[in-house]
Design a protein around this ligand. Structure first.
Ligand code: AHG
Ligand code: MN
Ligand code: MN
Length: 329
């Protein structure tokens, strides 16, 4: 399709190409894009909080200003709840699933999300993002149950993220390649800017929080040493979406491994690791815990954490090899 096509045009074309894609699903993605635009607009105003009131504080009118991560969470819920396709939403910001089934008992899908990723960067004008993942429900009608949420990442029907950076982008896959759209704020449309994205087989960038070196295991230390010898360069924003996106375009590896303080890593399987793993595999890259593919894991609980090593295929394989030769368990 031509660069510059709108997201909606692109989705409709895709729907025609792949018979199993239903119009309902296209509607759901359009709603996600709408929520992203609302969040993007709010994020662009974040610098005005000094005048209008800090997030979580009061503005000059004495009104409560919502924290941006909660605002993002509520925006997704409000925009997607009337979407008849969804029966429930699970979010990093909510202890329990939000059931939409009262409104749409015939819905086919559940959505899992990290509504705002990169919390340490929210107040300092550095790129942040939203991550989402969609599964077909497994239960028969009525409210969503745990089996609807705790599915292997391989069963995702769609995964994507929105990056609120120097421009706002939406990237998604439904298993037929990875496609990227850039928001034109003037017309309020996401326009096709990156069709069929492929991650370079090997990259020059490694992204890891090196302040934790003393907590790493031997394998992680060995890999980072070798990455340096291989003349890689370090880049770490501290917003997973931003680090991932840069490495997707330029080639590279992101690691948030298990360490002595966080034996399961920090990142969440269902709404950080799994969706990005689906995207990276679709783009020709790899994602592993160090012991096996992220997408092969069967989640045990909603907010489960998982070590994540993700990026260019050769780099991830190199990291895996280092971790395996120095495995301590
Ligand atoms: P969130 O803001 O959704 O809680 O995610 C936090 C993240 C992730 O975006 C980033 O890669 C990681 O935490 C950074 O953690 P460290 O500060 O420990 O490096
Ligand atoms: Mn996050
Ligand atoms: Mn978050």
């Amino acid at each position: 399709m031509e660069l510059g096509s709108t997201l909606t045009q692109f989705l409709i074309e895709e729907q025609w190409k792949f018979k199993e894609a239903s119009g309902e699903f296209t509607g759901l993605l359009v709603d996600i894009a709408t929520a992203a635009k609302v969040i993007s607009r709010e994020i662009n105003k974040a610098g005005l909080n000094d005048i209008l009131g800090y997030q979580g504080g009061q503005n000059v009118h004495g009104e409560q200003v919502q924290k941006l991560d909660l605002f993002a969470n509520d925006t997704f819920i409000q925009t997607l709840s009337p979407a008849k396709q969804l029966i429930a939403i699970v979010s990093e910001e909510m202890e329990d699933p939000y059931q939409v089934s009262e409104i749409s008992p015939k819905g086919k899908y559940v959505l899992l999300m990290d509504p705002l990723d990169g919390s340490s960067n929210i107040d300092v004008n550095i790129s942040i993002g939203s991550i989402f993942s969609i599964y077909r429900r497994k239960s028969d009608g009525g409210r969503a149950t745990m089996e609807d949420f705790l599915q292997s990442g391989r069963l995702q029907v769609c995964a994507g993220y929105v990056l609120y950076g120097s421009s706002t982008m939406l990237i998604y896959t439904t298993g037929y390649g990875v496609h990227g759209f850039t928001l034109d704020p003037g017309i309020g449309e996401f326009l096709l800017s990156h069709e069929n994205m492929r991650i370079p087989e090997e990259g020059k960038i490694y992204s890891i929080n090196e302040a934790y070196t003393s907590h790493w295991d031997e394998g992680t230390r060995k890999y980072v040493e070798e990455a340096k010898k291989g003349e890689k360069t370090a880049r770490y924003v501290g917003s997973l979406v931003a680090d991932f996106h840069r490495n997707l375009l330029k080639g590279g590896i992101f690691l948030y491994p298990a360490d002595s303080r966080n034996p399961d890593g920090k990142l969440r399987l269902l709404y950080e690791a799994s969706p990005l793993a689906y995207i990276v595999e679709q783009a020709g890259g790899k994602a592993t815990t160090g012991k096996g593919a992220i997408l092969d894991l069967i989640p045990e609980k909603l907010h489960q954490r998982v070590p994540l090593i993700i990026g260019s295929k050769k780099d991830v394989e190199h990291a895996e090899a280092c971790l395996n030769t120095h495995r301590e368990d």
